[in-house]
Design a protein around this ligand. Structure first.
Ligand code: GLA
Length: 375
């Protein structure tokens, strides 16, 4: 167990949920994420020499030489999250790292849309920052983690995951403007409902390539919009009314994507208001509408996710449900009345198994603090 060994320091790095505002971060709009109580633990120990050794219970180990240029590995994608972060730190703080070993373990399911990747990137960044007194600001850490994913993994992700993992606070959701990075911590008053993640346990191959394709489609949309409306810089700030006037210019597919983005941005702002007013039923309706858009207009859902959301609509104990994260598999996020969580999980697990022959897994998520040291 990482927690029991003699490390110089140990970090706890959480996964994240996103209540609403999906595929909006890279479009410069608002998202509503939070860090959760499921996490990985990373132990760090300084050592002599140049060779660092990283070991994970789940993924095995790899070594690298701190004094040789770091490059992405083609045969170990998982290692690239870590190498990318170290490369970023070395660029910003040259010669301030010396050799270390680190060991990783945890209970975050990989590829399930709760950002085990950001937990890893931000956990390594945070740990090395503390171990070597690098004095990196939170924002510098967030950006190092995001850039690692762009440059070493090849996913052109937005900033939401790394922001939530680093800045999350217990019982608060983060209303984050992904363009200015201004953010507000809102009380997550969701009683008597619980946040339950239902993991389809499928990860369709499209996930990474289609993610980058969506990003390109949105870039295309704003490029076309700017020809006529020169002041806009990001797709999420363009009102639906304007997008509707450009249907021909955008073409059918890009028009659909842009419509989704405008609607989801509006929903997210609306959801943050109703959450503060305690109107959880409306909040849940907005979650359902978000899923509908992700599935029918943004095309990032899959039959397994759609099945889970459709099933929940027949049960009053669930007030909101939608796919969460990049899509093409992974989890749905559900708001379920606390008295019915167990019975609902039991019934949907059977229904899912009957439909797809796959075991569903469920995770009860509590909103927790972001990355931190364990004493
Ligand atoms: C992934 C990315 C995020 C975000 C979501 C979709 O989790 O890492 O930046 O774009 O997908 O909202």
């Amino acid at each position: 167990m990482v927690a029991n060994k003699h490390f110089d320091l140990t970090v706890k790095s959480p996964g994240r949920i996103n209540l609403i505002g999906e595929h909006i971060d890279y479009n410069g709009g608002h998202v509503l994420p939070a860090a959760i109580n499921l996490n990985i633990k990373i132990g760090f120990k300084k050592k002599e020499g140049n060779i660092c050794h990283v070991n994970s219970k789940l993924k095995g180990g790899f070594k690298f030489n701190l004094h040789e240029p770091l490059k992405p590995k083609s045969d170990n994608i998982w290692a690239n999250y870590i190498l990318g972060v170290i490369n970023g730190i070395l660029k910003l703080r040259p010669q301030q790292l010396s050799a270390f070993d680190c060991e990783i373990e945890g209970n975050l399911p990989i590829g399930s849309g709760i950002s085990s990747s950001a937990a890893l990137e931000c956990g390594i960044t945070f740990g090395l920052n503390a171990l070597f007194n690098l004095n990196l600001s939170e924002l510098e850490q967030i950006k190092i983690a995001q850039k690692a994913e762009h440059d070493f993994v090849g996913t052109k992700c937005g900033i939401m995951d790394q922001f939530a993992v680093t800045m999350g606070q217990e019982k608060k959701v983060i209303l984050l403007n992904c363009e200015t990075l201004k953010h507000e911590l809102l009380d997550a008053n969701i009683n008597p409902y619980k946040i339950v993640l239902l993991n389809t346990n499928v990860e369709h191959e499209l996930a990474s390539s289609e993610y980058n394709t969506r990003r390109k489609e949105c870039e295309k949309a704003i490029e076309i919009i700017k020809l006529k409306y020169t002041d806009y810089r990001h797709l999420a700030e363009v009102p639906l009314e304007i997008i509707k006037t450009l249907e021909n210019e955008l073409g059918q597919l890009v028009f659909k994507r842009a419509t989704y983005v405008a609607e989801e941005e509006k929903r997210t702002i609306h959801a943050s208001i109703v959450l503060q007013n305690g109107d959880l039923i409306k909040f849940g309706e907005l979650m359902y509408a978000s899923h509908e858009g992700l599935s029918k207009k943004y095309h990032v859902s899959c039959p397994e996710l759609d099945f889970l959301v459709d099933y929940s609509k027949k049960h009053n104990s669930v007030i909101g449900s939608r796919m969460m994260g990049g899509g093409f598999g992974g989890c749905t996020i559900n708001l379920i009345h606390e008295d019915y969580v167990q019975s609902y999980i039991e019934s949907i697990t059977i229904a899912y198994k009957n439909q797809f022959g796959i075991e569903l897994s469920s995770l009860k998520a509590d909103i927790s603090n972001g990355v931190s040291l364990i004493n």
